[in-house]
Design a protein around this ligand. Sequence first.
Ligand SMILES: CC(C)(COP(=O)(O)OP(=O)(O)OC[C@H]1O[C@@H](n2cnc3c(N)ncnc32)[C@H](O)[C@@H]1OP(=O)(O)O)[C@@H](O)C(=O)NCCC(=O)NCCS
Length: 130
Amino acid sequence: MSTTSSTIRRVPAVRARAMPADTNPAGDIFGGWLMSQMDVAGEITARQRTRTRVVTVAVNAMTFHKPVHVGDVVSCYTVIEHIGRTSVTVRIEAVAMRQDSGKEVPVTEGVFVYVAVDGEGQPTPVPQPA
Ligand SMILES: CC(C)(COP(=O)(O)OP(=O)(O)OC[C@H]1O[C@@H](n2cnc3c(N)ncnc32)[C@H](O)[C@@H]1OP(=O)(O)O)[C@@H](O)C(=O)NCCC(=O)NCCS
């Protein structure tokens, strides 16, 4: 059976179950936990392109659309939006699969910027594609 390119694009960079320890005082999942999952997803995606260590320099246009509940499985989908001299900009969408219904709900989106760095933590050029 062949795999279409759209199927490949829908493979999440990160998938994680929201646990009780990740809740805020209201009982929903803490936004910082979600941002952390997204940051890891963006880092994995950026690093696939840079082949060197990257650090997060900015988080832009972060929007929380819907709450995440305990037990939801959160998938972070990524796409590279822009490649600069030393930076890679990644758009990230998080989708929660509700524990009870299995329904998939877009919960968060954001644009994360990563910078390729050398061993001293200084910006280093993103390699051109071969
Ligand atoms: C990321 C860091 C190495 C950049 O160092 P710097 O001396 O500011 O580097 P530069 O000014 O040369 O900018 C490097 C790139 O980042 C981009 N950049 C810098 N600040 C930015 C911002 N606020 N938003 C978007 N992009 C930004 C620049 O446009 C440049 O991209 P380009 O080369 O593709 O044009 C430095 O700021 C740093 O170490 N920050 C802390 C990172 C960190 O601890 N992150 C959290 C944990 S991973």
